[in-house]
Write a protein that binds this ligand. Structure first.
Ligand code: ADP
Length: 188
């Protein structure tokens, strides 16, 4: 069985976590990796339904995502988690748990300036947050703690989606996470 891993995307809303997830997913499957996605927005409608955006609820949400990611990645699955996950301590807890079970944890900081995010405003949330209609909005009225030593930083202000995906694949190759899957790959 190939070694499982968790790709943990962290970054502000609209930075590109979901976009990169969707773009990298087929490339992982093509390499024979079994993949599951835990997307923050989707998790909040099922696994974390009812949780709000206080620090306590945000931490609970991340603990739940981390718990599922741990169960899956220790069984050889490649997990992609895409959630803002603003607090460093809880991300590091998730990292320790996954690594303790022998799987790899790859933290990817998807970075974008607030100016870019306000200009993009894909979900219309920044306009509302800046107008005070949404409270506790990460990056505007709630903290975001940048990763200190992530495995990868993707600057979506400057890099294209394709460049971001190429960096992720290269990082996984460097970490030896495709080794066994590639061993059984057949090229025709
Ligand atoms: P998040 O999941 O972080 O909230 P989304 O992926 O939903 O963010 O939205 C990111 C938006 O930014 C999308 O509309 C995407 O097309 C755009 N975008 C522009 N450049 C990039 C890039 N280099 N990487 C990722 N997304 C980008």
């Amino acid at each position: 069985m190939s070694k499982g891993f968790t790709l943990w995307f962290t970054g502000l809303s609209g930075a590109g976590k979901t976009t990169l997830t969707n773009a990298v997913l087929p490339q992982l499957r093509e390499r024979g990796v079994k993949v599951e996605v835990l997307d923050g927005d989707e998790v909040r409608t099922n696994l974390s339904k009812g949780l709000g955006f206080s620090k306590e609820d945000r931490d609970t949400n991340i603990q739940r995502i981390g718990y599922v990611a741990r169960l899956l990645s220790r069984n050889g699955v490649g997990v992609i988690a895409a959630a803002i996950s603003p607090y460093r301590e809880i991300r590091d807890d998730v990292r320790r748990g996954i690594q303790a079970d022998g799987a790899a944890f790859v933290e990817i900081y998807v970075k974008a300036s607030l100016e870019t995010l306000i200009a993009r405003d894909v979900k219309g949330l920044y306009r509302k947050a800046l107008a005070g209609e949404i409270k506790q909005f990460t990056g505007v009225s709630d903290p975001y703690e940048e990763p200190i030593n992530p495995e990868l930083v993707i600057d979506s202000d400057r890099e294209t989606v394709a460049q971001g995906v190429a960096k992720i694949i290269a990082a996984l190759e460097r970490l030896g996470l495709f080794a066994s899957a590639q061993g059984v790959r057949v090229t025709i």
